[in-house]
Design a protein around this ligand. Sequence first.
Ligand code: BG6
Length: 292
Amino acid sequence: CKGINGLDKVVLRDPRGSTAEVYLYGAHVTSWKNDHGEELLFVSSKAIFKPPKAIRGGIPICFPQFGSQGSLEQHGFARNRFWSIDTDPPPFPTNSKSFIDLILKPSEEDMQKWPNSYEFRLRVALGTGGDLMLTSRIRNTNADGKPFTFTFAYHTYFSVSDISEVRVECLETLDYLDNLQNKERFTEQGDALTFESEVDKIYLSTPTKIAILDHEKKRTFVLRKDGLPDAVVWNPWDKKAKTMADFGDDEYKHMLCVEAAVVEKPITLKPGEEWKGRLELSAVPSSYCSGQ
Ligand code: BG6
């Protein structure tokens, strides 16, 4: 159906009542609601739903480049391309009845910026219990025998009641690169992460589970990930927020990005090879942390 500005979007509904919305522009998940109709993702009230910029909030896909290190635009171009519905995807098991398969292939213009041929398939699925599952499969289809290398992130904006009441567990004691300090490498000390100023860190070799505890909402988001060793934690805080045209001045209080990613060690694919990166999000009432 049609979304904001007439852009095509797909709405997924689980029989128990949870929903998700995916825009073909960017293959961008802009909404994920639990069976009480509560929105779990943050989208800015100032988000611009039109090219050429990515939608501010939800889950932008960063590919083939995370961040600004590289020859491409920040976070690559997949997040601001029009994807297609993949009507005949190669077989891929699912335990979900509510899912959509999308595909992105390079345009001629993209080939000039990044001279590689690929098929990027994204499946967005709602699981029983309302979990949101994203699976990316990227295949090198270069005809000339050339490998390619990329970095990647699911740039997820979680909706939180009050950032100063939020804790992130399972990243303590890990090494991180601090984007606010020339990408220098540090080791996280002490307890669960809490937030009182701008943060922009890339945690390295993280466990497959990460938990975000929202005390006020009595809700814990659990990220389970596979093929995505790093985790970016970002909140622009007040000063940076004011410099962003598509983000409200006070909205930093109600969002936190925790991004399952591949940053430190880029992926290289030879022709015919495929990479898979999977993210599963759940929102549960209790809290826990486990490195399993
Ligand atoms: C984060 C980066 O992933 O995305 C930050 O670590 C960046 O450095 C942020 O500011 C937002 O990026 P953009 O391009 O969507 O404004």
